[in-house]
Design a protein around this ligand. Sequence first.
Ligand code: NDP
Length: 340
Amino acid sequence: MTNQQIVLKSRPVTHASEDNFALRTVPVPPLGDGDVLRRTIYLSLDPYMRGRMGSAKSYAAGVPLDHVMIGGTVSQVIESTNPAFAPGDFVTGYDGWQECHVSKGHDLRRLDPAVAPISTAIGVLGMPGMTAYVGLFDLGQPKAGETVVVSAASGAVGAIVGQLAKLTGCRVVGIAGAKEKCDYVVQELGFDACVSHYSDTLRDALAATCPEGVDVYFENVGGKVFEAVFGLMNVHGRIPVCGTISEYNDPTPTSGPTLRALLTNRIMIRGFIVGEYAARQADFLRDCAQWIREGTLKYREDVVDGLAQAPSALLRLFDGRNFGKLLVRVSPDPTQATRG
Ligand code: NDP
């Protein structure tokens, strides 16, 4: 049996490209004692992967050259000598950009397809959903009646942030690119308004949609979007800095606000990494799984077929060509036939 993998071949200097990756085929090793062999069904593609392609100092080390690209996965166990996992089990873990993987399975979590579609384990009920949950509730601490602004509003994290803020009773304004994304977050997700960051008058458009200023800005983008929102922040505002995607391909970002307003308005800006909030996972899964079941929390997936498409698909995150949580379907999802 063989395994197709995508490895990091070279490091981008500015913009990542498909040439930074290489496809290779290797044999699947025989199973030892306690091993679990699983086939990847879904691979998650996320903005943080751009950071792992480089070697700059960050909160996590870069992927070594010629190593399999890192990535969250949903898989099905096909063979196991580990009593904790049986063939047929669905699991989520970090198996990376490959068709299958063998390990002791220490980082695997079993999934129940009856609870939610298995793909959600790397989306709304996985890392991006949890990022929205802890970033908004633990750091942003929104209160009913406050105004919450979120950028990359139609994406995996932003779409959940906005809906959770609405559930809290806030006025919610999104920032997104294309008109269809802005329409989606207002019409489908129930945001109060959404402004396009392509607008030449972003700051004025935001001011018009946030007449009482901004209490929480959930930052996903950075750069000129941050600058536009920052000037509207209220006294004692909070800014959870979740991501700065506009800067990931740019080693020398230039724009940004001055710090004086930070001081005079006593604004709290705090960066965070979702991996440090493992203690909140049970709360997150309990609340968000229930809101999905009730239909109060909606999500959208953007699914690309075939492992070989992963490099070109990843690049879509950095110019807004994804619409929803970006996933690669590496092999057929056996639960889809039964979902109808
Ligand atoms: P999305 O699904 O939102 O996809 C990325 C979106 O970012 C694009 O669709 C695009 O939306 C927007 N974007 C890309 N480039 C630019 C740009 N130059 N200017 C403005 N907008 C841009 O991704 P995620 O929801 O997965 O991630 C959102 C953010 O959250 C990222 O910054 C990511 O790094 C961060 N993150 C942080 C985590 C943490 O632990 N701190 C964990 C997970 C994610 P549009 O078309 O609307 O412009």
